[in-house]
Design a protein around this ligand. Sequence first.
Ligand code: MLT
Length: 409
Amino acid sequence: MVKVNGNYLKLQAGYLFPEIAKRVAKFSQANPHSNLIRLGIGDVTEPLPKACSFAMKKAIDEMSTPEGFHGYGPEQGYSWLREKISEFDFKKRGCDISAEEIFVSDGSKCDSSNILDIIGDGNRIAVTDPVYPVYVDSNVMAGSTGLANAQGRYDGLIYIPITAENLFIAEIPKESVDLIYLCFPNNPTGAVATKRQLSEWVNYALANKSLILFDAAYEAFIQDETLPHSIYEIDGARDCAVEFRSFSKNAGFTGTRCAYSVIPKSLKGKTQDGRDVDLWSLWNRRQSTKFNGVNYVVQRGAEAVYSHEGCMQVKGLVNFYMENACIIRNNLKEVGYEVFGGENAPYVWIKVPDRMDSWGFFDFLLEKANVVGTPGSGFGSAGEGYFRLSAFNTRDNVEMAMERISSLK
Ligand code: MLT
């Protein structure tokens, strides 16, 4: 009989969001007339920017003609999209990232877990706590951890707590680690590292020859102009960091699927016998073998994000969701909740009332306000006592959710 990957058996319960969906489905079945408002998973609700849907329609029409038909595309993404990304997302911000260093993909969740294909065994791996669960679960699946303890922390991972005391910015570890996951704007807390804080991480990584996996999927939501959008705004980051970016949240591509990773050509890793190898070549090899690229139509849609109309429409979407975040923050503060995030990120991180834990607060809001959020403990044991609300919803739903929550106090 076939042998399975036993590492999967180390995983705890279900993946967070399907687990929430299961509980919500049970509640809905028992309460079929409840009018649920979902501020849990960070899934966008507004339609695609017109510039993107127009570009996709045009691309479909092209595909239906002999001259415009496209078969397999480049596994790395079409050069016209990679050039735009390099110019608009990096060069315009002073980052030295070339089109060749950009790999277009179908999502940051996929990229941030698939990257482990090119990472070897025996690394000391650090994650924050709380953390986007994909970083941890993909390491468990890859066999980089032992079993989980009673707090749900896996043996073999180094957890760096992010708490109200350190303003949810991970502090530099005392020990040396080989691989570090950082996410700014942070999912779930909404915190964003300053240039100085990010420089400390880059300096640490250079000094310790560590690799930073920098998830910047929410960079478009940064409002404070002094905050960095990319780790490559920091000197030296080309030599120690991979960056993940996405069109999911800024341009509403959660269902359409398009993202990219940046693997600078200067990034090096070591073989088990101590030779230097460049990560770009390994990732290029991995993608060529395991990926056929994002479809032509969707890449044309993503390209339209960089047109004048596309930029304006994406800005409109980002502003809309950030106004939602502001409404959530203000309403919750008014009725006495302690809130974090939501100023440069589409997530508001709430301290739950003293008498409850995160899942208790989840049940409370579900039952009493018919509002779905995400329990902080689902992101790690240091998230216990916190709760995440997402700003991705319609204005009516956000306002109604706030009215309902306010009336509970
Ligand atoms: C979240 O709610 O944390 C996000 O939707 C997760 C994701 O983008 O995969």
